[in-house]
Each structure stands twice: as structure tokens, then as C-alpha cells.
Design a protein around this ligand. Structure first.
Ligand SMILES: NC(=O)c1ccc[n+]([C@@H]2O[C@H](COP(=O)([O-])OP(=O)(O)OC[C@H]3O[C@@H](n4cnc5c(N)ncnc54)[C@H](OP(=O)(O)O)[C@@H]3O)[C@@H](O)[C@H]2O)c1
Length: 376
């Protein structure tokens, strides 16, 4: 995020809090070593300064002293991004007091101290962003501590906003590709992606969306960001923890055109027309034209000016229109309309073949039963 802020938002000074020292960050054994090297290069290229400040964000005195120290410079802290986390899932049977307080305090104690210290020191805060997670909206037995911590962030955002009229955003993030804990621990992704249908979202897309939420935080202090295969999520309806998400999933599922395709004669013709590659190209092209202006079929969409937000709309449109979800990270590579259409065409054909072989199997089973009945 620091890199994006420097490159895209022109930020010149960042104070990066970590329990580790600069010397420790510089060790190749540091799991975030590559990210750190990239950040150093970006800072140098854009003439920006990144101060690594060793401080434990769950220690009020250290947080207070750090903010106070910057108050005395010509670069006082003017925005907070609280992204500290200790991610360690445990089922209730394995939960200890020590483990719970480590996971919880990195979320809620830290957020509260950042809030209190900036208030006490009258820091000129323009943004106060906290990162929560989509996992809060799902029933996951091992993430109780993590979810409770995130829940507090939402409460704090409401409190700051409603009671104190202060800026605040608690943003529920999906699994992010390109950086962060899910990127380092791909095994953590399996539940979210395979069983729940959530997409890995690229960092740049997330940051662009955060920028939009920053501008509209008065309307929505606790937004949830995700891209999902609604078909899979709908299948997991009972595992959705919040009634709000359940309502959205239900609504979306009802809107999905492909849901009705198989059940109505009228829509069967839509299906067969969508099965024609030219039709797919034509419809994808007009959707892309709506998003990006005129689009040529065989050139990469990135080379035609697609930014990091348009793929999210395209992802949704394709999913709702065809039932095929092309991973966001692939769309961001800048596939051409022709390639997208080919992927969709092939996947629709695959689906159709699977369905027709299932029907054939059913028919032959049925014939067998009938034969047996006759013999009886
Ligand atoms: N990455 C994702 O896909 C994803 C998805 C959903 C939500 N989120 C949320 O997004 C935020 C950022 O996640 P991430 O993936 O960037 O995590 P990350 O790569 O694991 O980074 C977390 C950072 O927190 C710091 N930290 C932990 N305890 C601290 C403490 N007591 N004092 C100071 N720093 C502390 C760690 O630095 P040191 O070890 O050096 O102290 C570490 O660099 C988290 O709130 C997470 O819940 C992330």
C-alpha cells in the first residue's frame, strides 16, 4: 500500500510501524523482504521518505511517543492506516488465553490506542483506515479471535463517525494477491476460493476501491470489498454469518440470468445464442465499450486503457451474463476481448457437455430400471 501511495497518490512521507528494527527488515530471511526492497526502490524513484519506526502498536506509550515525536517535525502524522495483524487461526478447543489476547489486541487494542493517541495529541488526521476482513461475514470455526478483533474495528469506525464526527473507515478486505499474508500463505486461500467462491483480488484494484470509499466514508464507514462467484456462494448460503450478506447473495442469485436459462424455453434460446462465439464477442465488446469506450477485439484491454477498476465490473458482468467467472487477476493481465470470448465459449461448451453426459447417464439408468421392471 505504501508503494501505491507513493506512486499514485504522490505521498512523500510514510512512517512504517513494526515491532522489528530496520536491520531486521533488511534481512533476506524476513518474509516481507522482497516487498521491503520494492518499497525502497519506489521511495527512491519518487523521492519519498519511508521511516521504519520500531514500535509495538499494542503498547499505548509507544504509540503516543511515536505520534508525539512526529508532531515536532515538519511532517506530523496526518493519516493512520491500521493494518497490523497476527493471523493465527485456532479452533475453540485449541484456543488459549495467551493466543487470544495476541490475536485480539493487535486488532482492537492497537486501533483504540491509535484513536486515543491521535485524539489526545490533536493530530491533524485526514484519514483513519482500519483493515478488517471478509471472513467476518462467514462462519469459520477457527477464526473467532480474528473476527472478534475485526468486529471491534467496525464498532470503532461507527463510534468515531457517529459520536465524534471524525473520519474513519473499517474496510473488510477479501484475500489480496500480490502482497500480504494470503499471498505468502497460499494454503489459507483454499476455503475462501474453492468452497466459498471468493476471488483473489489484486492489490491495485483494492487500493483504487479504497480511494473511492475514502471519498464516500460519510455514507459507508464499514464497506466490504469482494469479488465472488455468486453460484458457489449461493450454494454455501448457510455458512454466511451475516443476514445482510445473505440478503445480497439471495438478491444477486435471483438476478443471475444463467440461473433462469436452464429452466425456461425463452431463455434456452439465450443460452444457445450465448453459445455462439460471435455473439459472445459482440456482447463482451459492447459491455467493454460501455466501460472503456470503443474497444478492438484482438488487442489487450490494458493497451486500450483499461484501469484497475474496470476488470471488477467486467468480472461481474461476465459472471451475471454467462455464469462464467474469469479470475480477476487474469482479467487484469489485459486479455483481449477475443481471448475472453474464447474462454467463455469453451467453458460454456464444457458445462453443456457435462450436463448432457449427466442427462445421458440418467437416461441409461432409467432405461435399465425400466428393463428390470419389465423382467420383474
Ligand atoms: N492480505 C490479505 O489478503 C488480507 C485479507 C483480509 C484482510 N486483511 C487485513 O489487512 C491487514 C493487513 O494484512 P497483511 O496481509 O498486510 O498482513 P501482514 O503482511 O502479515 O502484515 C502485518 C503486519 O503487522 C505488523 N504487526 C503485527 N503486530 C504488530 C504490533 N504489535 N505492532 C506493530 N506492528 C505489528 C507486522 O510487522 P512486524 O511483525 O514487523 O511487527 C506485519 O508486518 C490486516 O488487518 C488483515 O487482517 C488482509
Amino acid at each position: 500500500m505504501s508503494r501505491w501511495m507513493i506512486e499514485k497518490r504522490g505521498v512523500k512521507h510514510i512512517a512504517l510501524m513494526s515491532r522489528r528494527t530496520l536491520v531486521q527488515l533488511e534481512q533476506p530471511s524476513n518474509p516481507q523482504y522482497d516487498d521491503w526492497l520494492k518499497l525502497k526502490r519506489t521511495a527512491k524513484q519518487y523521492n519519498a521518505h519511508v521511516d521504519v519506526v520500531q514500535a509495538d502498536v499494542t503498547n499505548f506509550q509507544q504509540v503516543h511517543d511515536l505520534i508525539e515525536r512526529f508532531q515536532k517535525t515538519s511532517y506530523p502524522i496526518c493519516g493512520i492506516i491500521h493494518s497490523a495483524v497476527v493471523a493465527e487461526d485456532r479452533t475453540l478447543g485449541n484456543l488459549t488465553q495467551e493466543h487470544l489476547s495476541l490475536v485480539l489486541s493487535t486488532k482492537f487494542r492497537a486501533a483504540w490506542y491509535l484513536h486515543q493517541a491521535t485524539q489526545l495529541l490533536h493530530a491533524p488526521i485526514h484519514f483513519f483506515i482500519m483493515f478488517s476482513s471478509i471472513r467476518n461475514h462467514l462462519l469459520e470455526v477457527a477464526s473467532a479471535g480474528y473476527n472478534a478483533g475485526n468486529q471491534f474495528l467496525d464498532a470503532l469506525a461507527h463510534y468515531r463517525f457517529e459520536k465524534l464526527n471524525l473520519r474513519a473507515l473499517s474496510i473488510s478486505l477479501p484475500a489480496v494477491s500480490g502482497a500480504g499474508m494470503f499471498h505468502r500463505h497460499k494454503e489459507m486461500l483454499s476455503t475462501l476460493k474453492v468452497t466459498q467462491g471468493f476471488e483473489l483480488m489484486p492489490t491495485v484494484t483494492i487500493f483504487e476501491i479504497i480511494k473511492c470509499f475514502h471519498q464516500t466514508q460519510r455514507i459507508c464507514p464499514c464497506p466490504v470489498i469482494f469479488a465472488v462467484n455468486w453460484q458457489i456462494l449461493h450454494r454455501n448460503y448457510p455458512t454466511l454469518a451475516t443476514s445482510y450478506l445473505r440478503k445480497v447473495v439471495h438478491q444477486r442469485y435471483k438476478e443471475m440470468k444463467f440461473d433462469h436459462i436452464s429452466s425456461s424455453g425463452k431463455n434456452n434460446s439465450t443460452k444457445s445464442s450465448m453459445n455462439k462465439k460471435e455473439t459472445i464477442i459482440e456482447r463482451t465488446q459492447s459491455a467493454v465499450a460501455r466501460l472503456l469506450g470503443a474497444a478492438s477485439v484482438d488487442r489487450s484491454l490494458v493497451s486500450q486503457g483499461m484501469d484497475s477498476l474496470a476488470p471488477v465490473s467486467l468480472y461481474n458482468w461476465l459472471g451475471l451474463e454467462t455464469g462464467i467467472y474469469i479470475p480477476l487477476v487474469d482479467l487484469l493481465q489485459g486479455l483481449s476481448i477475443e481471448t475472453i470470448a474464447t474462454i467463455i465459449y469453451n467453458k460454456l461448451n464444457e458445462k453443456e457437455q457435462t450436463t448432457s453426459s449427466a442427462i445421458k447417464e440418467y437416461d441409461s439408468d432409467f432405461d435399465l430400471i425400466n428393463e428390470n421392471e419389465v423382467q420383474l
